[in-house]
Ligand binder design. Structure first.
Ligand SMILES: [Zn+2]
Length: 245
């Protein structure tokens, strides 16, 4: 009887240690490694009065220069998620973005839905654009990807993780892609903005057909309003990092 209780206790001890080890393994798999950023990013830090404006689908010879001028006027920095096809067409606009302190990220080469694209073509879409950006001396430290249509799956997350990239999504959609008027775009942003917001706009579209003048006009309302509310307008890299100012 006595021996049976001892053996039973030992058995319980084994289970307890087993659970502890299992917890460590699970924490190791799911937890961030050495405080590294997660692979998918939806917003910045809620503690900092910073907002990241992002522009997809460009560059556009018509709208991007207007947006760059406005950002310069309000001393704002932003992040442009560009299409490789247009980087090759308008390299000067990408150079201007970099020269003025903006961040440039990868929005694929031709704007396919990556979740519906086979692995080889996914890689071709992302790596060709990366090469186009390399040729323009775009910094390699933070290689940000915004998947077209914000469509991603486990495979894309895994690909980003293995190649040292991050998938940057957003917390506020200006909905300018719907063809909204200036006031509605401005309201969509200003009624929802908060610390760490990542806001998505479009300075073009995949077919170069969209009228983005309402986006430009909305920025004339949004930029001074955000500045008056005390927000710093920063790049994605800055909105993710504390105390780097
Ligand atoms: Zn897009």
């Amino acid at each position: 009887m006595h021996m049976a209780i001892l053996a039973d206790r030992r058995f319980n001890l084994h289970i307890a240690w087993g659970l502890v080890i299992l917890l460590f393994i699970v924490a190791g798999i799911t937890g961030p490694v050495n405080g590294a950023q997660p692979v998918t990013i939806w917003a910045g830090l809620p503690s900092e009065p910073e907002v990241a404006l992002t522009f997809d689908d460009g560059p556009s010879p018509l709208y991007t220069p207007q947006i760059l001028a406005l950002l310069r006027k309000y001393q704002a920095h932003a992040t442009f998620f560009v299409l490789g096809r247009k980087v090759e067409e308008y390299p000067g606009l990408v150079k201007a973005m970099l020269k003025e302190g903006h961040e440039v990220g990868n929005h694929s080469f031709s704007h396919p839905r990556l979740t519906k694209t086979d692995q080889l073509n996914r890689e071709r879409e992302l790596e060709t654009t990366r090469l186009d950006l390399d040729l323009l001396d775009c910094p390699r430290e933070h290689q940000l990807i915004r998947p077209p249509y914000s469509a991603f799956d486990d495979r894309l997350v895994s690909y980003a993780a293995h190649t040292g990239r991050q998938l940057v999504l957003w917390s506020i959609d200006s909905e300018d892609w719907r063809g909204l008027d200036t006031r509605t775009i401005a309201k969509n942003v200003l009624s929802r903005v908060r610390n760490g917001s990542i806001i998505v706009f479009h300075d073009s579209d995949e077919k170069d057909r969209a009228d983005r003048q309402p986006t430009v006009e909305a920025l004339k309302i949004i930029l001074p309003a955000l500045r008056d509310r005390g927000y710093r307008l920063v790049t994605i890299d800055e909105v993710m990092t504390e105390n780097n100012h």
